[in-house]
Structures are given as C-alpha cells and as structure tokens.
Design a protein around this ligand. Structure first.
Ligand code: MN3
Length: 212
C-alpha cells in the first residue's frame, strides 16, 4: 500500500463565497498536500514505514525528535491536511454550535468568544509556518495549542486534534495576502463546520484510514 491524496469533500469552488477561493484550494490541495503525500511515499522503504498507520508514523516520528523530522515533516503534513479539509464546509460558519461541543467549550475553555480568541492568538503567534489546534488533551479536557511546521499534537504527545488551521502562508496568501489574523477570523466565523468538530470530539479524534 501507499499513502494517497484523499479527494476534497467539496468542489474546489465550494468555499469561495466564504473566503477561500478556488485557486487556493486547487494549489493547496492539488499541489501542496499532494507533494507531502508523494514525498512520504518516497520514504516508506528507506525509513521502514511499510504497514504502519499514518497516525502511528506521526507519533513515532514525533518521539524520535530530530531524527524523526524528515518523516514527521511529510507524515505530519499529510495528516494535518486530511483533518483541515474535513473541518471546513460550504455549510460552515456561524456561532450556533451543536450542544455537546458548546457545553465542552463553555466548561473547558470559558465559552465560544474566549475559545475563538485563544485559537486566533495561537495561530497569530505561531512564528513562521505551523498550525493552531483545538485538542482533547491528556486530561480529557479541550485545550488550544499550536505546533510549528509539519508537527501536530499527536507528534508532541499533547493530545488528539479535533480542529486545526493551517497558518503556512500558502494557506492564506491568495485570499488575505499577509493578513494572517483576518484569515483566522474568517476561518472561525465562516469556514469551520462545527458539526464535524463535535463528531470528532465524540469519536475521540480523526482516523485517516491511511497506512504505508
Ligand atoms: Mn498547507
């Protein structure tokens, strides 16, 4: 087996009215994400990854520290983008969260407004490239965090992501130029499909069903 680029769960033009244009999705999914998949497949034999799940590869590469980085850069980015495409939808946006998710955000993070501010700040303050996350932490509570480059909370052992946003410049430059804060506001207010986030919370995270 090898890793594959899953199709987007919507047309490349589907999010244009919500601030993510067709060209962004064509390049980001078809070129950037695809390049991570291709590079990861090129490492399977040399790095002894055959038969392993994507999730276990990410976790093991994270534990290996600097030695794991060549694999983590590609495997982490593959995992991260699979999640990213799923948490957005043409039906996304708005402040009406499904009840179970809303209750957890209230109890663990002080409410929707506080969560959005913390999530935005995580994305804004991730220097250079990386990701901001909403995770189920090791203690079972929801938590906001960030990671650099291709890493993620599975690799760091911090927890299980249920929402992630790409803050690499390739994610927002066509739509928002240099304005990462505006991209993050737009993501939170217009793109996130909260029903998907709640479903991932209920399931205890994403299984990509991908393996080497
Ligand atoms: Mn990206």
């Amino acid at each position: 087996m090898a890793f594959s680029l899953p199709p987007l769960p919507y047309a490349t033009s589907a999010l244009a009215a919500q601030g993510m244009c067709q060209e962004t999705l064509e390049l980001h999914h078809g070129k950037h994400h695809n390049a991570y998949v291709t590079a990861l497949n090129g490492l399977i034999e040399a790095k002894g990854l055959a038969g392993k799940s994507l999730e276990s590869i990410v976790a093991e590469a994270g534990k290996a520290g600097a030695d794991g980085l060549p694999v983590l850069n590609q495997a982490g980015q593959h995992w991260n983008h699979v999640l990213f495409w799923q948490v957005m939808s043409p039906n996304g946006g708005g402040d009406k969260l499904p009840a179970r998710l809303a209750a957890r955000i209230d109890s663990d993070l002080g409410g929707l407004a506080a969560f959005k501010e913390a999530f935005k700040q995580a994305g804004v303050t991730q220097f250079g490239s990386g990701w901001a996350w909403l995770i189920i932490g090791a203690d079972g509570k929801l938590k906001v965090t960030k990671t650099p480059n291709g890493s993620n909370p599975i690799a760091t052992g911090e927890g299980t992501p249920i929402l992630g946003v790409d803050v690499w410049e390739h994610a927002y430059y066509l739509d928002f130029r240099n304005l990462r804060p505006s991209y993050l506001d737009n993501f939170l207010n217009k793109l996130v499909d909260w029903s998907v986030v709640e479903s991932l919370m209920d399931k205890g995270g994403l299984s990509t069903d991908q393996s080497a």
